[in-house]
Ligand binder design. Sequence first.
Ligand code: ADP
Ligand code: K
Length: 446
Amino acid sequence: MLFNPDVERLPLPQLRTLQNSRLKEQVAYVYQRVPFYQRKFDELGINPATFKGLEELPKLGFTKKADFRENYPFGLFAVPQNEVARLHCSSGTTGKATVVGYTADDLEIFSEVVARSLAAAGCRPGMKMHNSYGYGLFTGGIGIHYGAEKLGMTVIPVSGGGTDRQLQLLQDFQSEVICATPSYAQVLAEELKRRGLSPNTLSLRFAVLGAEPWSEAIRGQVQQGLGVEATNIYGLSEIIGPGVSQEDVDERGTGSYIWEDHFYPEIVSQETGEPVAEGEMGVLVLTTLTKKAMPILRYWTGDITNIYYEHSHKRTHVKMGPIRGRADDMLIIRGVNFFHTQVEDIISGLENVSPYYQVVASRRGSMDEVEVTVEIEEVLMRELGLESLSDDVVQQHECLKTLKGTFAKKIKDNIGLSMKVTLLGCGQLPRSEGGKLSRVKDLRNL
Ligand code: ADP
Ligand code: K
């Protein structure tokens, strides 16, 4: 089901025309109303009256996280405070929290794009939505909530944490849909299994997962563990919140549609800031085409991905691949750049290891070191009669020694770096408590 088929299937030439006129309007609007953009455009010699639209977009420079911090709290707003219907803050994954604001019309757009996303994820009017995203200042919980209502769902605003209660509610209310971070969905799946309960005791059919990078391995675990079809939802507070892009349930693994009538995407080189060719990896840069309280032009998301068109599919809008990591999250180890998701890819190809892992970068002398810790599957642990693992125990078991060696070699071959590999027993790595799980620790500059 398409929530807004006219727009979601708008032929590309018409979509471009729409984007172009919206962009020109937006540029004139921010020039008039936001001193930050007025100064910027003056410096860059941009005249909104003669601005040509999309073809000149790259001339506008970037808006970065630091610009939000410097204009904290309301400096980037384009409307007087009494026209702001709601404020949110980003989680501040990197640095100080960012304040964002919405007019009543902006909130309508927010609900519209979330409703489109949920419909693409398989949700239908009348289905019950168990919303495990955190409610409060973050955009996740409330953003999903209103979008689900707009679609006509029954929303259960559970928020994050309290795994016991979550499972109880899932059983008692028999919700068809769950929204959560992928790491928390993993926790719920695992807990269900630990209790010896089959996913058939629940009525879940769809899971909508986002707010942090995740992999096909995690998708597999959640789908199997909760008995769902799991899709990706992507978004960020600076642009609107969740619902900037969404994977279609029938097109899983082929990327997430960006609702480009509202959010214009570009991919630029992380080093030069220049646009790259379609399909190539780089930093995702987003421009809001319709937002009024806090319009943002060319926001440097820091998220590394690619965008491409797949003309054979259900919608005309462009797709983005999974987020490969963050530009500022990239680790440079002994001159080699890498993302923890590369380690994740290797793990997903290994047998007998769980999708839980941790990457820790540290420094001994002037030497950067990386330690990768993975968990051994419960089945193998049971076969070996082991409760937990330590290095000594690993040395006593040929199959664990081999597994460790294979993993280390794959890392070396694929990433070009030697890393220390540690094997732990199932359940020995920390789990998400409802929020985000940090799988990477960089201890080098502490
Ligand atoms: P929150 O952290 O509360 O979700 P933010 O706006 O602070 O909200 O976070 C936005 C960032 O979260 C994005 O820039 C991206 O790095 C990450 N993110 C959001 N959704 C996804 C997703 N589906 N896959 C990967 N990363 C995501
Ligand atoms: K996030």
